[in-house]
Design a protein around this ligand. Structure first.
Ligand code: G4P
Length: 521
């Protein structure tokens, strides 16, 4: 396999608590990155397996920052992009999804499709990202597998095709049959390690002996039904994001995880072409291109440094080579780019399409920046969605206004939240998905920039990016709504509607203006 063909860059995503972290840990375990999984309340191990770098998330025990974990598995190079578990940081997850070639969605077998599952699926659909669904916690009394599959199809609006099948569930859960490889491996349940397995022919009496006659006959019946109801698995339909393969298991007990991983590396797409404003960029092109999808500050609290995560889209990234920073129109070199292995990181000399390299950032990067070997192309911006919560942010310490200014600017470049500057009174409005984002901003301003902020209420319903071919109408609109017009950090016009009613009236009255609810249009 070539370096590009063997790469699998993906994210594991879920509604909080469905088991994303546990599954990630088990992948690392199979990948040999860690020896013991810490799912059983062993926080010390848990900390090394997951990667929670920021001080704040350690204090709060939630995973705020996105990081990368990579390992080799059966000849494949697997890059897992971790996403924050807390839904207040959903924006971070959406951005990470722009850097992956596929995703695994974890669903809790008892809860089925949850709010965040729907939203994440929507984001995957926007970019045609292929998804695999892992139905977790089969060791708990959950719902009937066929009912769950129906719910997935209905709620997520995608066809599904089971590629593994559970043998009973709850306390009587015995393991999963691997439909993809048509074989059954029974593992000894073990929460921490990868354990011995036995291979069983499901048509033999051995199956009855191993799992009990009743379970054996149920499994045979279920499989007949599955193969009767669902069309044959077609890898192209999966890669075109038309069908989602479904796996069952228990991440905690290590059931069904290897089946998932083995199949995943075989069927998941290798790096795909990336859309730039000017043209499509193929991963096989000889010259390096990449974009920044994530910036994390203070990986090491002793050095106040940032790391910008760059997804390699084409060519080969080489340490110390001169690259063109398109937005700044500047040549940049990186003498110590890093790659990530669970929590360890090491200097990388070269990286291929699909890889993520960490670039030390002293304030030169913004989310969405493009790097090339010279060609003037721009990768499509990363989507911002209209925030749900809005507050005015004010400097609370007049002696520290420089620090405040710098802190806000840097945090917004990192994409911690969105900022709009009201054109009427010049006040800054911060928009977020959740309350916690406000707290992070306040905390980081204090601890990293030595600045203080104060929040003041502003009553807003939605932010919409506006555009029109009719210059006159656009000007009229801006004049009429001057109190509610703002600029985002890219300088684009944003209308801040204070109610749903006002918004729908505006849409009615100004027919030639398009109101967008994401910044990518
Ligand atoms: P998340 O990242 O999606 O938020 O979920 P996470 O892996 O942290 O899992 C959430 C809870 O679900 C954890 O329990 C975890 O142990 C449990 N869990 C994960 N997979 C399984 C499974 O296959 N079966 C069962 N029964 N439980 C599972 P917790 O009590 O919140 O945390 P912990 O202290 O046990 O780690």
């Amino acid at each position: 396999m070539t370096e590009i063909e063997r790469r699998r860059t993906f994210a594991i995503i879920s509604h909080p608590d469905a088991g994303k972290t546990t599954l990630t840990e088990k992948f690392l375990l199979f990948g040999g990155q860690i020896q013991v999984a810490g799912a059983v309340k062993n926080n010390k191990i848990k900390k090394t397996a997951t990667s929670d770098w920021m001080d704040i998330e350690k204090q709060r025990g939630i995973s705020v920052s996105t990081s990368v974990m990579e390992f080799d598995y059966n000849g494949y190079k697997v890059n897992i992009l971790d996403t924050p578990g807390h839904q207040d940081f959903a924006e971070d997850t959406y951005r990470t999804l722009t850097a992956v070639d596929s995703a695994i969605i974890v669903v809790d077998s008892a809860k089925g499709v949850e709010a965040q599952t729907r939203k994440l699926m929507e984001v995957c659909r926007m970019r045609n990202t292929p998804v695999i669904i892992f139905i977790n916690k089969m060791d708990r009394e959950g719902r009937d597998p066929f009912d769950l599959l129906d719910e997935l199809e209905e709620e997520l609006n995608i066809h599904v095709r089971p590629l593994s099948w559970p043998i009973n569930q709850g306390q009587r859960f015995k393991g999963v049959y691997n439909i993809y490889e048509q074989k059954l491996n029974l593992f000894t349940p073990n929460k921490q390690r990868v354990t011995e397995k036995v291979e069983i022919d499901i048509n033999s009496n051995n199956l009855d002996e191993q799992v009990g006659a009743e379970n054996a006959s149920q499994l045979r019946d279920d499989l007949e039904l599955v193969n009767g109801v669902y069309p044959e698995f077609d890898i192209e339909s999966y890669r075109n994001a038309e069908v989602a393969p479904v796996f069952f298991g228990s991440a905690l007990n290590n059931f069904g995880v290897q089946e998932l991983l083995d199949c995943f590396v075989q069927i998941a797409p290798s790096p795909k072409p990336t859309k730039a404003e000017e043209r499509m960029v193929e991963p096989t092109e000889p010259k390096f291109t990449g974009f920044i999808f994530k910036i994390t500050a203070n990986i090491d609290p002793n050095h106040r440094s940032c790391i910008a995560f760059c997804k390699v889209c084409s060519g080969k990234f080489v340490r110390n080579a001169p690259y063109h920073h398109i937005r700044l129109d500047k040549t940049v070199r990186f003498s110590s780019p890093t790659q990530f292995m669970a929590q360890r990181k090491s200097t990388v000399d070269e990286a291929y399409p699909g890889d993520i390299v960490g670039l030390p950032d002293n304030g030169i990067f913004k989310i969405g920046d493009t790097l090339t070997e010279g060609e003037n192309i721009h990768f499509r911006g990363l989507p911002s969605f209209s925030p749900l919560l809005f507050k005015y942010i004010e400097n609370d310490d007049p002696m520290k206004s420089k620090q405040f200014q710098k802190g806000i600017e840097q945090l917004m470049n990192e994409g911690v939240a969105q900022m709009f500057v009201n054109q009427f009174n010049n006040r800054r409005i911060i928009g977020t998905v959740g309350q916690l984002q406000f707290e992070v901003i306040q905390y980081r301003l204090e601890h990293e920039y030595n600045a203080k902020c104060r929040w003041e209420p502003v009553h807003l319903h939605k932010a919409c990016w506006i555009e029109s071919d009719d210059e006159q109408e656009l000007e009229n609109f801006k004049k009429r709504k001057y109190q509610y017009m703002a600029k985002d950090i890219e300088g684009r016009d944003v209308f801040l509607a204070d109610s749903g009613y006002v918004l729908s009236m505006a849409e009615q009255d100004f027919k030639h203006i398009k109101f967008h609810f994401t910044s990518e249009f």
